[in-house]
Write a protein that binds this ligand. Structure first.
Ligand code: NAG
Ligand code: NAG
Ligand code: NAG
Ligand code: NAG
Ligand code: NAG
Ligand code: NAG
Ligand code: NAG
Length: 559
């Protein structure tokens, strides 16, 4: 009876049906119920309660109608005839045709259609899904601008393509399936007006007006790849449709500004560039301290980049747009990242390596083999680095170099030309590292002192030390670092006796005069010769003999 009260229209129809049925059958205490299942008749589950869609039946002996969901199938019928075993939902009611309408009331409703007319946004009401599942979804699957499908995922009478869009709210698969996108297209390399509209330069937000239009068909589900774009790099600005992109832009896809919100959404003006505009001939600060000068908005709407150039006479020029062409210019850069990007200076750094220049590159004592490097990258920092293998090097910091590399023992980058000077690394122990009679015999001004190499397995707590000794085999003075295990071993073995391998712990402390280091050996040699006085005298004579023989052979050869 509730149905009759709430819906006057269907009430009238129900009464009419009832009347006809009663007229035909002539019985009194029977009931009329809708009778169907959604296997044979999809409408049995998909009805919204429309009259005249579902078949009905007069129940001979019963006084109730029923509805049930068993295995996701919807059943309607006379009370006792309707299956309820294993039903997820079931309901009985006791008035004629009361088993009508959406059941259960909350089941998911989706738009259903297939084919060409399915591409446009659907006008009809969404219908319940044919099968009842707790977890179901609506889908929209647009195959082309002439073919689309909408329905419930559980129906499985259409295989979803990868472009299908799924959603879970009643009637949610109602989006338009295909549309045309119109974008502005222009290229500053081909014509003016693609960057900023000349008549709106000062209005802040503006759109360019000198462009053609491009169009592309967009299908629901493929919006990711279809968009209007604008691209800006140095002096070039390009706008267009993503499907008609110039091939030279394909490598910049990540840097494109993309939009799909409206037609011509990619027509927004670029922000006007600001650059430092100066010349060191007129304004010395242009070279020496650019931070003391203010950058200014470029007067030309076509200037989307800034430049900085150096002339062969070292004068500097900075300005808006692409660098000027002048044979006196030795180097330039062009930039577009942010206001005043051309503030960066050309840097020069000291360049050397202890592999070539020797200790001078590390201790900054002697000037040989130290060069000036012109950094390829503007404003590159200078750096001085000490590698684990003991080599110290200076130069411009390259973009692929990292102070955090595994083979770096210590590293000091600095800003500004020629800043990478001075001895380095100061915190590491420095020792004289040399071998041989000439330069190693007497140490003056510490020109051979260098940082000790860092060993891969050097114990953290081991106290660093310098060493020095007189090598009895080669008769040479040797100086170095105790952290070099081979050298330390030689020091213990080849110095005459224990204690003549000297170690010390302060910077460049292994500077004992050569004669002191030999002294022990000399003393021993003397003692030895005293012990073997005679043989020593013989050997002396034999040495003289050798000398005479050599003299003779030399004069023989020269005749
Ligand atoms: C799938 O079945 C539903 C319900 O029977 C129907 O409404 C829909 O049009 C069918 N879809 C396709 C693609 O055949
Ligand atoms: C620029 O174009 C966009 C998209 O067409 C529009 O929304 C906006 O109002 C325009 N702005 C101006 C200043 O004309
Ligand atoms: C615009 O593109 C985004 C993804 O790039 C997409 O999520 C959105 O739905 C698109 N909007 C329109 C109106 O196409
Ligand atoms: C550069 O100019 C700024 C601002 O006038 C000033 O603060 C700074 O000390 C100057 N730097 C040098 C190195 O002269
Ligand atoms: C350096 O060369 C440029 C271009 O040739 C010139 O304009 C400038 O006056 C020169 N600067 C000096 C300091 O001579
Ligand atoms: C250029 O000027 C703008 C303000 O006009 C300022 O925000 C920006 O930091 C300046 N750039 C440099 C590199 O000084
Ligand atoms: C030490 O290592 C650096 C960096 O790997 C290398 O350039 C240099 O040649 C090495 N020096 C020696 C002496 O092996």
């Amino acid at each position: 009876m509730r149905g009759l009260q709430t819906n006057r229209h269907s009430c009238f129809h129900h009464l009419l049906l009832l009347f006809l049925i009663l007229l035909r059958s002539g019985r009194c205490f029977a009931i009329v119920c809708y009778h169907c299942d959604s296997i044979a008749l999809p409408e049995c589950s998909q009805t919204l309660g429309e009259v005249g869609v579902l078949p009905y039946k007069e129940c001979p002996t019963q006084l109730t109608c029923a509805m049930s969901i068993v295995d996701s199938i919807t059943y309607r019928g006379c009370g006792a005839e309707t299956p309820i075993t294993g039903a997820t939902y079931s309901k009985t009611c006791s008035s004629n045709l009361c088993n009508a309408g959406v059941y259960p009331p909350g089941r998911l409703k989706c738009h259903h259609c297939a084919g060409q007319e399915c591409v446009a946004a659907p006008a009809a009401k969404p219908k319940p899904c044919r099968y009842h599942l707790e977890e179901d979804q609506c889908y929209t699957d647009v195959i082309s601008s002439l073919e689309a499908y909408r329905g419930c995922a559980s129906e499985q009478n259409h295989t979803l393509s990868t472009a299908a869009k799924l959603c879970d709210i009643n009637g949610c698969n109602d989006e338009q399936g295909a549309w045309t996108q119109v974008c502005a297209t222009c290229d500053s390399a081909i014509g003016r007006g693609c960057k900023i509209d000349l008549f709106q330069v000062n209005t802040g937000r503006c759109n360019v007006s000198l462009y053609e239009e491009c169009q592309q068909d967009v299908l629901l589900g493929e919006q990711e790849d279809k968009y209007c774009f604008s691209f800006r790099r140095l002096s070039r600005v390009v706008r267009g449709c993503s499907t008609k992109m110039q091939t030279d832009l394909e490598s910049y896809v990540d840097k494109l500004e993309k939009c799909n919100t409206s037609d011509h959404c990619n027509a927004g003006c670029i922000t006007q560039q600001k650059c430092f505009t100066c010349n060191s001939v007129d304004q010395e600060l242009c070279r020496t301290n650019i931070t003391a000068i203010a950058n200014s908005t470029c007067s030309s709407a076509e200037a989307s980049s800034c430049f900085s150039c150096e002339y062969s006479n070292w004068s500097i020029q900075r300005g808006c747009g692409a660098p000027p062409a002048n044979p006196q210019i030795t180097k330039c850069y062009e930039c577009d990242e942010g206001a005043g990007c051309n503030s960066k200076d050309f840097t020069r750094c000291y360049q050397c390596s202890t592999d070539q220049a020797g200790a001078g590159c590390a201790n900054w004592e002697s000037p040989g083999e130290i060069y000036i490097e012109e950094c390829a990258e503007p404003a590159a920092p200078c750096v001085v680095v000490s590698y684990n293998n003991g080599t110290t090097a200076r130069g411009c910091q390259k973009s692929d170099f990292s102070c955090a590399s595994a083979n770096v023992a210590s590293c000091l980058p600095c800003e500004g030309s020629f800043c990478n000077k001075g001895s380095f690394p100061e915190e590491r122990l420095w020792c004289h590292q040399c071998r041989g009679v000439q330069d190693c015999e007497e140490i003056s001004r510490g020109q051979t002192a260098m940082p000790c190499p860092l060993r891969a397995n050097e114990p953290e707590d081991q106290e660093l030390a310098c060493l020095e000794y007189f090598d009895v085999n080669s008769k040479e003075i040797v100086r170095g670092c105790r952290s070099d295990p081979e050298l330390y071993y030689e020091c213990l073995l080849r110095s005459n006796h224990l204690g003549s391998c000297r170690t010390c712990h302060s910077q460049a402390c292994n500077n004992s005069p050569g004669r002191e280091l030999r002294a022990g050996y000399k003393l021993e040699a003397k003692a030895l010769s005293l012990l073997q006085g005679k043989s020593s005298a013989i050997s002396k004579y034999s040495n003289v003999g050798h000398g005479i023989w050599l003299l003779l052979s030399a004069s023989y050869l020269s005749t």
